[in-house]
Design a protein around this ligand. Structure first.
Ligand code: ATP
Ligand code: MG
Length: 514
């Protein structure tokens, strides 16, 4: 196995091979460029390169054109000649076609294994962002999560959360005494937002079996890294769901993976396509958090690569951490474009052979201005690189081919069927049923008692055995069983503005338990 990935040919006549060093691949990267300039193919060849080097990859397939990774390219493909020519030009002598070990995932469960997480794993704060809640509504959600813990009502799927909100509403008065105003209007608003999420297909995301991160980090029997492809075509219709899901996945990786320092090669490479969606209208605190995750996740051996049209979409603090860069052509129509282009060019180490700014404007399709981290993690001098052609099929596999691949997947048995464990919804339903039965029983007993009384009063012989008189027993657990210590703790958490709470506040579970 090598210690680098072949990316393409640079220098005069594109004859100088350009590589991405695996040792620095966890120092993140950027693939940018205007539409149609070659970003997706670059993503494809990077995924191939990492996989071949034994590094598992996770990527989102926004336009559905990356499934071809599962199939070898073909000599009958219309671009076969063009690929061969390109390979020859850059001295890619052992270029050939091959398929890669791909696992398909799909939040909606249609085009791959369903990806699920539980409501409690996502946490109140990411969920609040997903639902676009106001501060007051977020406060209620926090209370609901706390009640879930205290009352032993696990929040696994969306109907658990719905049920808990209903219960919270029913007990709003008592709960308000402990937690401050639990407004039923706010609860109603959250319930409506949940409906929207359900309509967007969010129901499928929440439930069990939850995704095990280890299943994303597998290598095939031949030692190549598994390429995980998340179907994101339909998902893109709900940008918040898309961005929050990927952010959740990143924070889980960050939380669950052990420190590894600086490994010889990454444990996983994570491609974040349409990265601008993560940053559009994102509050500063969130951007700070992503910046922090990017910085810290490195030592867990995870490389994060952002793919976006314009590098200006990525906040400076984050851009500054993206060490490996493949910049395809940018257009410069407007004054703003030109300014952004100049700024983008300035972030590179000049190559005396050409002007970076002009090169970014001029590079052809499948060509890019590149800079990879070199020894000691120093950015390399910028190059004009002709990106190598893919070995797997350019363009998607057919729906039938995809279905066959999913059916043959080693993970098929693990994820296909949902499990509906006993959780908040079932427990609350059982409680309600118990309460109803109890009430019915009490009513019947009361009736019997008064009948007996009437019989007695009527002077007839009464032969019934021991009819209890005291009937109004309440068996349902009332919210007043909640310890006031908890209430104080929640209040503190809700009102607190310590650094730790802010940290927890942005990514929910991110710093769970710390
Ligand atoms: N490295 C490459 N080798 C050979 N052909 C390439 C390469 N990169 C791009 N091409 C050609 O250019 C076309 C467009 O590239 P690609 O789909 O990667 O663009 P894109 O930047 O992802 O576009 P969009 O923004 O529309 O998604 C490809 O279909 C292919 O024909
Ligand atoms: Mg593309």
């Amino acid at each position: 196995m090598t210690d680098e990935i072949f990316v393409g040919g640079g220098g005069p006549d594109y004859g100088t091979q350009q590589h991405l060093s695996l040792k620095y691949a966890n120092r993140h990267g950027l693939v940018a460029g205007a539409t149609g300039t070659g970003k997706t193919v670059t993503l494809q060849i990077l995924a191939e390169g990492f996989s071949a080097a034994g590094v598992p990859v996770f990527l989102s397939d926004v336009k559905g054109d990356l499934s071809g990774l599962a199939k070898p390219g073909s000599e009958t493909h219309k671009l076969h000649e063009a690929f061969a020519e390109r390979a020859a030009k850059i001295g890619f002598d052992d270029y050939g076609y091959s398929a890669f070990p791909v696992i398909f995932w799909d939040i909606f469960g249609d085009q791959g294994h369903p990806v699920r997480t539980t409501v409690s794993e996502m946490g109140p704060l990411l969920l609040a962002r997903l639902l676009d809640l106001t501060e007051a509504q977020e406060g209620i959600l926090n209370i609901a999560f706390r009640l879930s813990d205290e009352e032993g009502l696990p929040l696994l799927d969306l109907k658990d959360l719905q049920a808990l909100l209903v219960w919270t509403g029913e007990n709003a008065k008592e709960l308000s005494l402990r937690y401050g105003n639990v407004s039923t209007a706010s609860i109603g608003a959250i319930q409506r937002r949940l409906l929207v999420l359900e309509n967007q297909g969010g129901t499928g995301l929440f439930g069990e079996p939850a995704l095990a991160l280890s299943d994303l980090m597998r290598t095939a029997t031949d030692g190549r890294g598994q390429i995980n492809i998340l179907a994101a075509d339909k998902l893109m219709a709900s940008p918040a769901l898309y961005a929050t899901f990927l952010l959740w996945l990143l924070s889980e990786l960050f939380e669950e993976l052990p420190e590894v320092g600086d490994p010889d090669k990454p444990k996983l490479v994570f491609f974040f396509d349409e990265a601008h969606l993560l940053f559009d209208d994102a509050p500063k605190a969130l951007v700070d958090k992503v910046e922090q995750v990017a910085r810290l996740i490195r030592s867990k051996g995870v490389g994060v690569y952002f793919i976006t049209q314009n590098p200006a979409d990525v906040p400076d603090d984050i851009l500054g951490q993206l060490g490996n860069r493949i910049q395809h052509a940018l257009r410069a129509f407007t004054a703003k474009d030109r300014k952004e282009l100049r700024m983008a060019a300035q972030t590179y180490r000049e190559n005396p052979a050409f002007d970076t700014e002009a090169a970014i404007r001029e590079v052809g399709v499948g060509e890019a201005v590149t800079s990879m981290l070199q020894k000691k993690g120093v950015p390399g001098i910028v190059e004009r690189t002709l990106i190598r052609p893919p070995s797997s099929q350019l363009g998607p596999v057919t729906a039938a081919e995809r279905a066959d691949l999913v059916a043959a997947s080693p993970l098929q048995a693990t994820y296909t069927n949902a499990i509906d464990r006993q959780s908040a919804y079932e427990i609350l339903q059982a409680r309600a049923e118990d309460a109803a039965k109890e009430a019915e029983k009490a009513e019947a007993e009361a009736e019997e008692a008064s009948a007996a009384e009437r019989e007695f009063n009527a002077g007839r012989r009464y032969s019934g055995t021991g009819v209890p008189r005291s009937t109004s027993r309440r068996s349902t657990r009332q919210p007043d069983t909640l310890g006031s210590a908890v209430a104080t703790a929640v209040l503190k958490e809700l009102k607190g503005t310590t650094g730790r709470r802010i940290v927890r506040g942005i990514l929910g579970g991110l710093f769970r338990g710390r």
